[in-house]
Design a protein around this ligand. Sequence first.
Ligand SMILES: CC(C)(COP(=O)(O)OP(=O)(O)OC[C@H]1O[C@@H](n2cnc3c(N)ncnc32)[C@H](O)[C@@H]1OP(=O)(O)O)[C@@H](O)C(=O)NCCC(=O)NCCS
Length: 136
Amino acid sequence: MAEIHAQSFFKGWDDTDMGAHIQKDLCFGFGRPLDGFIILSSAADQAEILTIAVDPAERRRGIARALLEITETELVDNGVDTLFLEVAEDNKAAIKFYKGAGFEPIGRRPSYYKREIGRVAAITYRKRLAANDRLG
Ligand SMILES: CC(C)(COP(=O)(O)OP(=O)(O)OC[C@H]1O[C@@H](n2cnc3c(N)ncnc32)[C@H](O)[C@@H]1OP(=O)(O)O)[C@@H](O)C(=O)NCCC(=O)NCCS
């Protein structure tokens, strides 16, 4: 997880960070060896995507979409109806991905993420999750 994260973000999370997230947050992985993963925190009827990352060599194969689908099913089954996330304003790939997945922008935090030079805003997105109609 740390390796993929380091290849995916300006400042990746190391083994210790990942260990802490595995202990306290919701994590789903895809592939063996791991091709991608998602980490979320959740409380009551809301959840937040803390990160999602796919191995650069495995991108554009639908892995993030599959991870999000698994996550949403699991969240709905556990009573979560609203999903939030924050993404850097200059992260065009992720913004396209989230918009395509039905997220809507609801806020902007200026100068939120550090870059090699300067800082960039974060956009907050929200998605209302459809209730599962499954019986049983
Ligand atoms: C964003 C990210 C998770 C997408 O993972 P992925 O497995 O490549 O995404 P998918 O293959 O499931 O793509 C689903 C859709 O998202 C959009 N998308 C994904 N990557 C894109 C890109 N580089 N450019 C434009 N659109 C993109 C497309 O609409 C795509 O559908 P399509 O391939 O049928 O056109 C991946 O690029 C990544 O790990 N980036 C670095 C980490 C990051 O920015 N995470 C998100 C911020 S928290």
